[in-house]
Design a binder for this molecule. Structure first.
Ligand code: NAP
Length: 323
């Protein structure tokens, strides 16, 4: 493993995780030859940490790419890689967690995951995973028992570490009340435009490592601006530093002590995103970045189809936005 490792504590053991990972999510969740080839390119360049989820429907393709990389000798063994996947909300029921991770492992053709996350602090009625979700499918999450089943995944060796994603401080506090194994990780939206200072401080205090998703502001949505890549502040810093805006954003995350999963299908941009470890931001840069107006892109409401009447339902308990 490489790309500057960070130590993840998982119960009694400590494991290394590359700080920079490659994301495999992206809506619509379709698989094509370009996406599969991107994994091979990433491995060739030295990426060793891959982030996927049952929701993305990419696990079989990632499994094939890993098998191919082993066959081609791009990696020596499975243990050279750090593979994360996530439990989708339709499986966030105590009796469905073990079958879900086993299905994920079958898809990936692996014996174990390095990290398994609860994707969202919410349950949906069991059944086929459909996306966008319907508000009538949301059911109460039995967090204590679902986390108990996640702990069983770790005890059985199916996941080396377990964690959560999109958890607020409130949800983490609820989880910690009954957890026997605390979450090693909270994977959340994090970038200079959504800095999550309070959540990061809380996670640090609890020994939970933060992984940033959408570190470059996320994939392009029709008609919406990318507030990270188009940020004037980040553009000014990038020019002064002779770095790209993407590199400034990723470096900022790294200097906050977080890891990150970045998605690119383009080999040149993948390489560019690796160029963040041999330079640093100044105190003045940090001050300017800390003053960027904040704006969150992803919330539980954004999982609903636009036809849903957002005002008629109360998603506050399962929402992921906090100050
Ligand atoms: P992201 O990594 O912030 O941004 C991806 C977009 O940036 C892509 O459109 C990519 O286009 C472009 N890009 C990549 N490198 C670039 C560069 N150097 N310069 C300019 N543009 C660049 O967004 P994301 O996909 O939302 O997040 C990354 C990963 O996080 C996902 O793939 C997924 O694995 C994970 N994620 C998790 C959750 C969760 O709920 N846990 C939610 C969202 C995402 P090209 O492909 O054309 O380079």
């Amino acid at each position: 493993m490489s790309i500057t490792e960070v130590a993840l504590s998982s119960s009694s053991t400590t494991r290394a995780m590359p700080v920079l990972g490659m994301g495999t999510g992206g809506y619509p969740f379709t698989v094509d030859a370009k996406k599969k080839l991107a994994i091979r390119h990433a491995i060739e360049l030295g990426y060793r940490h891959f982030d996927t989820a049952s929701l993305y429907q990419f696990e079989p393709a990632l499994g094939e790419a890993i098998a191919e990389a082993l066959h081609l000798g791009l990696i020596n063994s499975r243990s050279d890689l750090f593979i994360t996947s996530k439990l989708w909300c339709t499986d966030a029921h105590p009796d469905l967690v073990l079958p879900a991770i086993r299905e994920t492992l079958r898809n990936l053709k692996l014996d174990y995951l390095d990290l398994y996350l609860i994707h969202w602090p919410m349950s949906l009625k069991p059944g086929a995973c459909s996306f966008p979700i319907k508000s009538e499918d949301i059911v109460p999450l039995d967090l204590k028992s679902v986390w108990g089943a996640m702990e069983e995944c770790q005890r059985l060796g199916l996941a080396k570490s377990i964690g959560v994603s999109n958890f607020t401080r409130k949800k983490i506090a609820e989880l910690l009340q009954t957890a026997k194994i605390p979450p090693a990780v909270n994977q959340v939206e994090l970038n200079p435009v959504w800095q999550q200072k309070n959540l990061r401080e809380f996670c640090k205090e609890k020994g939970i490592h933060v992984i940033a998703y959408s570190p470059l502001g996320g994939q392009a949505w029709p008609g919406s601006k990318n507030l990270v890549l188009e940020s004037e502040v980040l553009n000014d810093i990038s020019k002064a530093k002779g770095k790209t805006v993407a590199q400034v954003s990723l470096r900022w995350i790294y200097e906050q002590g977080a890891s990150m999963v970045v998605k690119s299908l383009n080999k040149e941009r993948m390489k560019e995103n690796m160029g963040i470890f041999d330079w640093e931001l100044s105190e003045e840069d940090h001050l300017k970045i800390s003053q960027i107006p904040q704006c969150k892109r992803i919330s539980t409401y954004s999982l609903l189809s636009p036809q849903e009447s957002r005002n008629s339902i109360d998603l506050l308990d399962v929402d992921i936005v906090e100050d």
